[in-house]
Design a protein around this ligand. Sequence first.
Ligand SMILES: [Mn+2]
Length: 433
Amino acid sequence: MEIITTHKGSDFDALASLVAARLIYPEAKAVLPGSINANLKGFLAIHKDLFNFYSPTEIDYDDVDTLIVVDTHTWDRLDRRVLALREKQDVKIIVWDHHTKGDMETDEKNIKETGAAITILVKEIENQRKLITPIQATLFLMGLYEDTGNLTFPSTRPEDAYAAGFLLDRKADLHILSGFLKPAYGKKQKDILFEMVQKAERSAVGAFTFSLCHLDISGRVQNLAMVLEMYREIVNVDVAFGIFRDMEQDKCMVIGRSNVDEINIGLVMRSMGGGGHPGAGSALIKRANPETLKEMILELVKGNQHSSVRLHDIMSYPVVTVDQDSKVEEVAMILRNLGCTGMPVVDKEENLVGIVSRRDFKKIRKTKQMQSPIKAFMSRNLVTITNDKSAIEAARLMIKHDIGRIPVMEDNKVIGIITRSDAMLYFYDLLPD
Ligand SMILES: [Mn+2]
């Protein structure tokens, strides 16, 4: 016996993929997990008779020789009763999934990084020239739209949009579809937007209008990016940021939107460990203090030419430097004793000539090289920063050059060193893991 199943807490993509897989494997029984999403229940209350689903309790797992899994390939996401097959010998496993991670071992994996799993199955149905009914097309399109946010999520691939076109051509009904899909702008989103607008403050940054709103939320709220864009329009500013702090999980979702070329949100978010493009972006920061994030965003937006916090306040000093003629062996010893991973190298006049870090020691091949002067192994590509710059600029340099420490200069002399830990402490009030 062949069975097809999908993940617990099934959503429309899971259900659609289950139904689509039945078209590809007509002999197989479709097993719907015990737990499914609320909006799926609403759909099935009306359409259940159209699909011949089995409950996990109705299957005799001893008889199963083929297990087809759609929209997941992680054992723990399957209904616990199906897990009986995990230990069973000689079960053929076939996977159709758009998640890249999973622990199910199988020879037959149909995995593609698309926005929805149904996209992969629709392609197969098209290739096999199988006929689908308008109701099936509608369900498939629901799965596709739900998982891709109506083709707007960044995970959306051209294949998803193509599949949507194919399904509309097969008479998917958009009226039915919109009735069942949870509206992106629901009560939760409405409440958040209302609270944001009440708290809204506008200010000017250079020639632009700017607004930053911090809100505590509980649990995961979808479509916050859309809420923030609505906020930006209502408050009528060029640039808007939202800091949404999930109290339970102790993490902050930072979302930004910009309507002007001069302020590049993607750049701002990358400095905070996130990403995006010039107009929109986001970053997720754990254990962050929203007040610190506020300051950080403001500094980033202002280009931070005259920040109140100078590098002087956060850098490490005094700096231990090493003479360029010191032996590699001695330098290694000093580093070990100080417990640091690198240090600046200077000449007789205390001028900075290089920097040595653990990476440089990897270049050493022979023991006798331990007696060579450190200048033979140090990096001469010096990235330095002057004391009048800000922590943000130091962090930018670290990211740009992929380095963990930058000498801080004043009058051409090293007066301190700023490390990743210093920067992290400043930005997040925490140390890197
Ligand atoms: Mn999915």
